[in-house]
Ligand binder design. Sequence first.
Ligand code: HT7
Ligand code: ZN
Length: 891
Amino acid sequence: PTTIHRRDYREYPFNIVNVALHFDLHETATRITSTLSISSKENQPADLVLNGEDIKLVSVAINGETLGEHQYSLNEQALVVPALQGQFELSIVSECNPAENSTLMGLYVSGNSFFTQCEAEGFRRITFFPDRPDVMSIYTVTICANKARYPYLLSNGNLCASTDLPNGRHQVTWEDPFRKPSYLFALVAGDFDIREKHATTQSGREVLLQVYSDKGSGHQTEWALESLENAMKWDETRFGLELDLNRFMIVAVRDFNMGAMENKGLNIFNAAYVLADPNTATDANYEGIESVIGHEYFHNWTGNRITCRDWFQLSLKEGLTVFRDQEFSADMMARNLDNSAAASARAIKRIDDVTRLRTAQFPEDAGPMAHPIRPESYQEIANFYTATIYEKGAEVIRMQHTLLGEEGFRAGMDEYFRRHDGQAVTCDDFINVMESVYTQRNPGKDLTLFRNWYSQAGTPRVTVQLNYDQAQQRCSVTLTQSCAPVGVEKLQDGFIKQPFHIPFAMGFISQSGQPLMLQFEGRQQSTVLLELKEESQTWHFEQIAERPIPSLLRDFSAPVIVAYSWTNQELAILCAHDSNPFARWEAVQALSARELLRIATTLAQGAPAELDPTLLQVWQTNLTDPNLDAGYRAWLLTLPPEKILAEGMNPIEPVAIAKARDFVRQELARGLLDLWLQTLCQNETPGSYSPDPLSAGRRSLKNLALAYLLSIQNPPAIQAAFAQYQNADNMTDRMGALSALVSHYEGDERDEALAQFYEQWQHDPLVVDKWFALQANARHTTAQTIQGLMAHPAFNLRNPNRARSLIFQFCLNNTEGLHKEDGSGYALWVEQVIALDSINPEIAARLARVMDNWSRYSPALKTGMQQALKRVEAHPGLSKNVFEIVSKALN
Ligand code: HT7
Ligand code: ZN
């Protein structure tokens, strides 16, 4: 496969001014007529290269004259008409087969409807076109289909004509007034339930908001429509950005490769991020829907109005839009709460986002797929929709927000739209705008060094050294950064990593747990923002009466790893008293990770383990502190995930980590039994279900208590779990109880409950996904169990949600099942990567990434993982998607 390099970018030599598409929709043979008005950019002839994949060319004409086969060339990837110049009209007729399209890219059939997915390179599977984001055109789309089967025919922009045709067909025409790249094109045809609402924008325009979903699911779209309206209002208030269309549509589809897609005016969503009612969706589902609806809506400005010049700039739109959706969710969670509850709600959101970064992005940044947020090269762009582009990209935007401040950042965003609205731009364009505002507001400062976040991969490590001088009452803090070359950087001769510009927020806590005020930049502050720009820098703080305990990287002000040798006792003080709620949770994480890794190493050596009483003390304090909200308390009482612990172990012993977590959980359950039982009883949520953060927090704490108690098979808790399962009036509590039972209880009732759950919910695919996922994650599930479940009539490998719920859940989260000594877990992985690759290479490549970090595992495991990778690599006819992943892993 060829590697595409950022440095090779060349402008497209033609403007494609207008695109008129005519779709004659038929399930197995859809005919598309594309009429392009084209003008050359240069005063000399150039070849017109049009991408096209898996489609049949019927005819091509210029200015009405059909071209003979000798007048163009056609291969598997492109149609090329040589030496063209000036202005002309090109007409292409082509055909595709949507019913047979299992890749879910281009035009495909899902259920009884047609859908499209064009980002990143799916438009070329619909018609021949320069399928690149810097070619922007005005689209007019006519769709013709059977009226009884496909009463709704949708595309981007405004509906401008609709007529009935002979033979039971009908036709509609849509015009999108905004120039857009081909990846934002969309078409939907089918019969749907519709929920809609008229809303008024801040400038007083009336707009129509609509949510389309499968027939019979319309009662599940209330939350989606409410979230859409909230997103619209939020973007007006926080960024002054108004909806620019008269109509905004969301359509839910059951077969979809990702979460959702921001097509102009016609967002297409995985049904999992649209459909919810209290009985079928959990609190986490409600939160996910609000955040993804916000994300896609916010793309209308950050992605659609200003788009990417090329796919190396993907983080320009994704990192920025993730930052915006994170802020939207935080503001939604904190709304209507008093100051302290609002601070907890914001901390919870930040904790959740940082946990996602650490579980998905940190391992990526330490493995063979490590890449900067603006990659230098790729073989398959679909493989670069990564946690680095999205989540680390958002952290890089967040650091700019921290450096500029809320007002400065808003001024920067305003300037970004002033300079670049309607353009396809680069990450450099964005940072140039931000720098202009930063320099104006901070004379003498610039963002030169900050740009290294865009060009270098890897997670920097910041080592902290603290020197306290009692006599001078002075405390010095030295920060030292380091970041070894990772991924492709390791292959580049003479590569030298440059320092990063790291905004590092910190404070001091006294030995009695009080926040200390620091004199910094002319003011007294409890949190100071240090800007680390060199390899090592020292800051001095005066009038510090006693040796302080440092509270570091508050609110996770930069995506780095902090190294500081607190004593366990110091950490325990931070765990109970740090005034920064994020840092308080961090202290719990640091102390428990230290303890878990110590126990994992002990267990890996076959020695008996014993829990440090400090941890028990911290848990007791946090179970009883009267000032904590339930949701925040739940996070303080949650042990670090296995994946985060693995990052701190060399070599990785995954089973020892899982066992250490079990051991510590059981010790904390046994040692604090009465407190857990009280917590269980005191966190009921009477009244009808509401997904608001306070009620969701109580449910999360109660279900956490249940999980602790069931880990030691406490009889009253087992009874409570059964009662909760039977009586729950919402899915969060039903799943909370069932998952505690499935994970920790071996009796017959467990299987009965599982069977009953399926019986009750088999008609709802999203709930059946939960049923598969629960079993995929369960303690005693093996590859054989998964194979048994794959034979279940409800299993279907072609549906990505179903594949994710069973196979991905097992391979990603079931440590003991995947790493079983008999190799059955790895064999299942090989088999399923290969099986999926022939159906849907994008999904197969995501599963392939499970083995990315094989070389960091203990010798006994890494050989098996390496062999599994080699078996996949040797499979004939592998897609370039999977090939890129496995070959990079083996390199
Ligand atoms: N921008 C969207 C990306 C996307 C996608 C990419 C590859 C294959 C399928 C896909 N579906 C959606 C999603 C987003 O970030 O909003
Ligand atoms: Zn996005």
